[in-house]
Write a protein that binds this ligand. Sequence first.
Ligand SMILES: CC(C)(COP(=O)(O)OP(=O)(O)OC[C@H]1O[C@@H](n2cnc3c(N)ncnc32)[C@H](O)[C@@H]1OP(=O)(O)O)[C@@H](O)C(=O)NCCC(=O)NCCS
Length: 225
Amino acid sequence: MNIRTFEKRDLQSMNRIWNESVQTGKVIYYYLTEAYFHTKFEKNPHYNPKYSLVAGVDDEIVGFINGIVKKIFLTNKTNENSPGDITCFFVHKDYRYRGIGRVLVDELCKLFKSAGKRSDVISNNNPVNFDWRVPGTYGHDHNNTPGVDMDSQGYEFLKAIDFEDSDRKIAMYLYLKNYIPWDKLKEQQAQLLSEDIFWKEKLSLHYLLARTTAPRASICAQAFA
Ligand SMILES: CC(C)(COP(=O)(O)OP(=O)(O)OC[C@H]1O[C@@H](n2cnc3c(N)ncnc32)[C@H](O)[C@@H]1OP(=O)(O)O)[C@@H](O)C(=O)NCCC(=O)NCCS
């Protein structure tokens, strides 16, 4: 097996591996097309192809991984105190359980370390915000992957290679007909205001909905040795 930096000519192989996982329900992402790749990766100001790797066996691409080293930071955030973001990783179904996924993550982590990172994470703070279908719905969307789907192979894989849950995200989805206002909403709003925290009705609603459904995704993180 060899690992090298992703090149545009690998896109077709990448599409095939990605889309097989979507089709078989291994991931809840959209299908990958050239246009989607362009929108989500190439147009993203943080994207740098240096942090996209492919694994090859006998001239065939059998796996890939993408990571992001952010270029723009929020207040108090720097390159050094922000983790390297793992966006996604896939291994061809016929090549799984041979250590390829682990090598891809290890190689990306080496690049993260040389970029000054002390840890890596797969989370909702990744600027490459994939859409995903909310499971158990008729194709309803969520416009940002909230971490790793806890029902996915990816989650079990990350646990096996020593990532830890640092946070659990609750799926924010509810039929509006089942909406019940949270009885502590007014109290919570007053509390936030007293701390000079401004909210919008929408935010409060998200918070409210978040309390009504079960944990669905995990933020998996790992500190570098
Ligand atoms: C997740 C995925 C990339 C793992 O790739 P892989 O090449 O099979 O993983 P490896 O062979 O390197 O496995 C490394 C370790 O994880 C374990 N592992 C891998 N997949 C696992 C799974 N589904 N359940 C439990 N453990 C798993 C392996 O047993 C191995 O453990 P070990 O070193 O103790 O023996 C692959 O299953 C895949 O592409 N799945 C579909 C796409 C996906 O879910 N992507 C994540 C979201 S972007």
